[in-house]
Design a binder for this molecule. Structure first.
Ligand code: PLP
Ligand code: COI
Length: 362
């Protein structure tokens, strides 16, 4: 892939590394450039890196009307050897293609996605945060650009990558546990729908439920399946709980749950997690009745969420539509969740050995 760098703006390029004490937040900062590439006449064409700027879009662009729009979220870290490493980026590229398939959008070869992201990261090297634990959040996205009001798959698309030097997703971070609302009023996805895709519309559809959660004092929603029988996932994370017997349980992936790369990584680190925190990661269907029962009888001792942005979040409380309240253990961040978060962060940041090819230098 021959990337056009001619539009790159030399005067915008940083000449100094990002300041150590800069206030990062999550997803707030932008770097100087974005990557863009178009899909026209059945081909990906004109890969280019240009200054970060507003995009030109026809008012009838189909992404705006019918929602053909998907995205990914990945991270790159500055390691002690002063190199930048992406973490499991190939998995994000594969998942973008799975989302594309669900939304009838074109495939974009993983190799092309990797080249695009690495090229942009290379140009924006000096934007990588140097603060411990911070990262470069990578946001690839693809959207439909045909100017058409017919409901059909668009024939033209744009693929873009933007970067955001970021700190923790939840301001509370691992300092305080979250409270989740378990509701029967709203659902994130139904079988046969788009729940397994990282589609923009899934997030738009979650906002009403999120507002409802805030109104009852909860931080996020833990969604149930459409029959209100089984736990699914949180708005921007997979869910997990830890049992007294040392199981780390993640709800089984179905077509209504986003296949979290963090969850998949945790599931494949079974031996390591046994050694580090005495946990055996497993997946199964979890009924809401057994879940609440097990919290009450003390069989569930910790809970939380997994996701790229959040890494590990701890959940201490659940609240139901009728106001019933359940506290997991003491309600504070559990010791095993802390160990898990530390181990996974160490692995991403190069302080623990990661499995082969999980970390790739830019
Ligand atoms: N579930 C949803 C709905 C998400 O938005 C995310 C975030 O990406 C996740 C789960 C976690 O997935 P991953 O670990 O791949 O970031
Ligand atoms: C991520 O964890 O990378 C996400 O994309 C979640 C996001 C909706 C903030």
């Amino acid at each position: 892939m021959n990337i056009d760098y001619q539009l790159l703006s030399p005067q915008l390029r940083r000449t100094q590394p990002l300041e150590k004490d800069i206030e990062l937040g999550f997803g707030q900062l932008r770097t100087d450039h974005i990557f863009l590439m178009d899909f026209q006449n059945g081909e990906w064409v004109h890969p280019r890196i240009v200054p970060y700027q507003n995009l030109q879009l026809a008012p009838g662009a189909m992404a705006l009307h019918y929602g053909q729009s998907i995205f990914e979220g990945a991270k790159a870290f500055l390691h002690q050897d002063n190199e930048i490493y992406t973490f499991r980026l190939d998995k994000n590229c594969e998942r973008l293609n799975q989302s594309a398939e669900i939304l009838s959008m074109p495939q974009l070869p993983v190799e092309m996605q990797l080249n695009a992201i690495n090229a942009l990261l290379d140009v924006e090297r000096l934007w990588i945060p140097t603060t411990l634990g911070a990262s470069m959040y990578i946001r690839p996205f693809m959207f439909a650009t045909d100017d058409s009001l017919s409901v059909r798959p668009s024939s033209s698309y744009t693929f873009a990558v933007m970067l955001s030097p970021s700190g923790a997703y939840y301001a509370k971070g691992m300092d305080k546990s979250l409270k989740l609302l378990i509701t029967q009023k709203y659902h994130r996805a139904v079988s046969g729908g788009t729940g397994a895709a990282k589609a923009a519309g899934n997030y738009a559809a979650s906002l009403r439920a999120q507002q409802y959660a805030s109104s009852v004092g909860a931080d996020q929603v833990l969604y149930l399946d459409a029959t209100n029988a089984y736990l699914e996932e949180v708005g921007a994370m997979n869910h997990f709980h830890i049992t007294r017997t040392g199981e780390l349980v993640i709800p089984e992936f179905t077509d209504t749950i986003l296949k979290s790369i963090t969850s998949q990584s945790i599931l494949s680190l079974s031996n390591e997690l046994q050694t580090v925190c005495g946990l055996t990661p497993v997946q199964r269907k979890i009924s809401i009745s057994s879940f609440l029962n097990d919290i009450q009888n003390g069989d569930i001792i910790e809970a939380g969420g997994f996701g790229t942005a959040a890494v590990t979040a701890s959940v201490g409380h659940y609240i139901l539509d009728n106001g019933e309240h359940y506290t997991v253990g003491t309600g504070e961040i559990g010791s095993k969740t802390k160990l898990l978060n530390q181990y996974y962060s160490d692995l991403q940041q190069g302080r623990q050995n990661a499995p082969a090819n999980w970390l790739m230098p830019v």
